[in-house]
Design a protein around this ligand. Structure first.
Ligand SMILES: Cc1cc2nc3c(=O)[nH]c(=O)nc-3n(C[C@H](O)[C@H](O)[C@H](O)COP(=O)(O)O)c2cc1C
Length: 184
């Protein structure tokens, strides 16, 4: 069976962000699974326009192609004021069909919270895009330390649960898309 293609989207573009380290930690673990092909989609690598253009720019087209190539996604998101970062929403909105009937999981983090407000709001957004968000989340409270330093066993178990659910839905939806066109 072909590997499930998972795109890990790094949702923070903030200078001095923790997000790249959180994503790297997650990717290291996901990459241990031979049946998964994991790529990183770092939003800092795209020169998106300040305003939504009438025609997609080269950067927008490149991002949308990455979304289109993936079977499933893991969004690595911080919590900012009980939501998720604006640049992440900007990027999500550039694609539409490319998200459809695909599985989305979350690695979230915050200071004092584990980022669940951000995840709740992202679930609403991805439902609007006809994507299927998986139930369990890897949630990290940075006040307890970065994932490499805190409760490694517990967080690694959470990664395993997330990947199990993402794999199940990712494969089921890939089969479904191949069998018949989605109904949106
Ligand atoms: C504008 C802003 C708002 C924040 N709001 C929250 C919040 O509502 N809840 C929380 O737990 N942490 C909050 N934090 C803390 C961030 O989750 C923490 O700084 C984290 O490192 C941000 O991710 P990043 O470093 O990858 O950008 C906020 C941080 C910023 C910069």
């Amino acid at each position: 069976m072909a590997q499930l293609r998972i795109a890990v989207i790094v949702g923070s573009t903030r200078e001095g962000r923790v997000g790249d380290r959180v994503a790297h930690w997650f990717v290291e673990q996901a990459a241990r699974h031979d049946d998964l092909a994991v790529t990183v989609v770092d939003l800092t690598g795209y020169d998106f326009p300040a305003t939504y253009p009438a025609e997609p720019t080269a950067s927008i087209r490149a991002f949308v192609s990455e979304v289109g190539r993936a079977d499933a996604f893991v969004v690595v998101t911080p919590e900012y004021n009980h939501s998720f970062p604006a640049p992440l929403k900007q990027a999500i909105d550039y694609a539409y069909d490319e998200w459809q009937a695909k599985a989305v999981g979350f690695v979230s983090y915050g200071c004092g919270s584990t980022g669940l407000h951000a995840v709740d709001q992202l679930r609403t957004v991805f439902t609007a895009l006809h994507a299927m968000t998986v139930r369990d989340v890897v949630g990290i409270d940075l006040l307890a330390g970065e994932p490499t330093t805190q409760c490694a066993d517990e967080l690694q178990r959470d990664v395993g649960v997330l990947l199990d659910q993402l794999r199940w839905w990712g494969l089921a939806l890939r089969d479904g898309r191949a069998a018949r066109p989605y109904v949106s």
